[in-house]
Design a protein around this ligand. Structure first.
Ligand code: AMP
Length: 175
């Protein structure tokens, strides 16, 4: 009810030159420390994806987990952790993706998704889109469908949305 009208922008703090000069870091910890704002963000995600036939929420560590887990409970669907290499105990599949310097990998369990399942991907920030693109490729390689990629906030000037095409991209806040 009241939660839907919370302006989430007021709970994101700009930190200049973190983690290195020239980067304006969007710090979501004020939002996380407000039970009203945090709950409102989860409500807003849930409202946007109600009725879309979603079977699973998936998110990459670490900040994706913060939003993905409560959203999964609210939407009454399962949660799949997408992890850095070597963290998952069972058989895994992996995707490699380009970082600014070098390559990184993300992994999921081979039995995390079934073909045809409808998956909502979520993360805190859409920047260049490289991380989310890797997650989407990983999910789709299993035969599951990415319904959309959802973000608390999007840095539009970095063009991440284009990297995720033709998938649906939803952001609660755009800069
Ligand atoms: P991306 O460039 O879209 O692959 O971003 C990778 C990850 O870094 C995202 O999941 C964000 O959590 C984080 N990130 C990138 N840029 C920023 C930023 N300016 N402020 C806060 N987090 C960021």
């Amino acid at each position: 009810m009241g939660a839907a009208v919370v302006d989430l922008r007021h709970y994101v703090r700009d930190i200049p030159d973190f983690p290195k000069p020239g980067i304006l870091f969007k710090d979501i910890t004020p939002l996380l420390s407000s039970p009203v704002a945090f709950a409102a963000s989860i409500d807003q995600f849930a409202q946007k994806f109600q009725g879309r036939g979603i079977n699973l929420i998936a998110a990459a560590e670490a900040r994706g987990f913060i939003f993905g887990a409560p959203l999964a409970i609210q939407m009454n669907v399962g949660f799949v952790p997408i992890r850095k290499p070597g963290k998952l105990p069972h058989a895994t599949i992996a995707v490699a993706y380009q970082l600014e310097y070098g390559v990184d990998r993300l992994e999921v369990h081979t039995d995390a998704f079934l073909p045809g399942q409808r998956v909502l991907l979520i993360d805190d920030v859409l920047a260049t889109g490289g991380t989310m693109r890797a997650c989407a490729d990983l999910v789709e390689s299993t035969g599951a469908t990415v319904v959309a990629a959802a973000f608390l906030l999007e840095l539009g000037f970095l063009g991440g949305r284009a990297k995720l095409e033709p998938r649906e991209v939803v952001s609660l806040i755009s800069y």
